[in-house]
Design a protein around this ligand. Structure first.
Ligand SMILES: C=C(O[C@@H]1C=C(C(=O)O)C=C[C@H]1O)C(=O)O
Length: 378
């Protein structure tokens, strides 16, 4: 099912100075001097299209710096007047919206901690009724596509047609190199649901450290995202918030100059023909893979019947262990990624177990079997 949003193309509401679209500025506005100096340095790079700054900061624990508040809006106004850069701030309630609008802020964004809460998003949407301003909606903290979509719909229903999404990664229980797991598949799913919705990547919050930002930025551009929001500070080492993930304007300019820009499609006929041929090969292979999977499943079903008649359990850990170690060794020899192979085999094993459960317990646990089959299909 497609997502029906009434939106205008991003180029009609942001004057993109240079590809890729770059929104940058400090995590938090700290002092007038810090904000203005950073803004001037960013403007001088010629690569930044929008100046961002956090005015109200949602902090995990009380007692941390919670943003400079309304006075920062005055500094942003001055930064805009002096540099010509349009400005963007995060809003988390109706009061923020009213103050930002009164201060002439050009773009608003809704943070990940607000997107999770439909009450908050609705309050912001209500405050935006009848206002013509671009709004960017960050993904919710948790990997829930429907929450992200719901927030976009609420804002769109309030009449906001200059609408975009920001992909900032998701909280995860597992420790990884990232502050927030990219879980690219969710951004891809959103893009598939609504291809015309601009998605901007926020590598600063995905990475949590500056070192990984170039890698994530390039990947976002290669996934056809429309732009990047990267935090910058004239001296990140003394930043009041998120010091590790901010970059200097000079480092930002250098990083951006190294990105490879690719277009979504090529008009070159030779390219189109070759791509079509290769895709035909893929189509054939995908059909074969599915046929073979179906064959495999029918054998596991036979095994299920056989086990049922002999009162043997479905799970056979030794056999499963043997499959895993043999197949991953084979996959390695085929230069397949081991992690990918394990995940694939686990999926196949899970389905094989579900099918055998169906056979062994026919008529007894239908609801559970059906629920498992549809667990990931929302
Ligand atoms: C099919 C079987 O049942 C289960 C499923 C397996 C599979 O799909 O390969 C392997 C081991 C068992 O946990 C089996 O016992 O062989």
């Amino acid at each position: 099912m497609k997502l029906q949003l009434n939106i205008q193309p991003l180029e009609s509401w942001i004057n993109v100075k240079n590809q890729p679209l770059l929104i940058s500025g400090p995590c938090s506005a700290e002092t007038e001097d810090q904000l203005l100096s950073t803004a001037h340095l960013l403007a001088a790079t010629g690569k930044v299209s929008v100046l961002r700054a956090g005015i109200w900061k949602p902090r995990t624990r009380p007692g941390e710096f919670e943003g400079i508040g309304s006075i920062g809006l005055e500094w942003l106004k001055r930064a805009k007047a002096e540099t010509g850069l349009p400005t963007a701030v995060e809003v988390a309630n109706a009061k923020h919206v009213q103050e930002a609008l009164a201060a002439g802020v050009d773009i608003l964004w809704i943070g990940a901690r607000s997107t999770v809460n439909p009450f908050t998003v609705q309050e912001i949407a209500d405050a935006l009724q009848g206002v013509d301003i671009p709004v960017l909606v960050k993904n919710p903290v948790n990997p829930d596509l429907q929450l992200w979509v719901g927030a976009l719909e609420r804002i769109n229903k309030a009449g906001i047609t200059k609408l975009g999404a920001i992909h900032r990664g998701f909280s995860s229980f597992e420790k990884s190199a990232f502050r927030n797991e990219p879980m690219w598949e969710l951004a891809i799913q959103l893009k598939t649901l609504c291809p015309e919705l601009p998605i901007i990547n926020d590598p600063s919050h995905i990475c949590g450290n500056r070192e990984l930002i170039p890698y994530i930025s390039q990947k976002a551009l290669d996934l056809d995202m429309q732009g990047l929001m990267i935090e910058s500070h004239l001296d990140p080492s003394i930043a009041w918030t998120d010091a590790k993930q901010q970059v200097t304007p000079a480092a930002l300019a250098e990083m951006v100059s190294k990105f490879t820009l690719r277009q979504a499609e090529s008009k070159n006929e030779e390219f189109a023909d070759k791509l079509a041929d290769l895709r035909k090969d893929i189509d054939k292979i995908d059909d074969l893979v599915l046929q073979k999977l179906a064959e495999r499943m029918s054998i596991t079903q036979k095994i299920g019947e056989f086990k049922r008649d002999n009162k043997v359990t479905i799970l056979q850990v030794n056999r499963w262990d043997e499959i895993m170690s043999k197949r991953t060794a084979f996959a390695k020899a085929l230069k397949l990624d081991v992690n990918f192979t394990e995940k694939f085999l686990e999926l196949v094993h899970g389905e094989s177990i579900r099918r055998q459960t169906e056979i062994m317990n026919a008529g007894k646990v239908d609801a559970g079997i059906a629920a498992e089959a549809h667990a990931d299909v929302k």
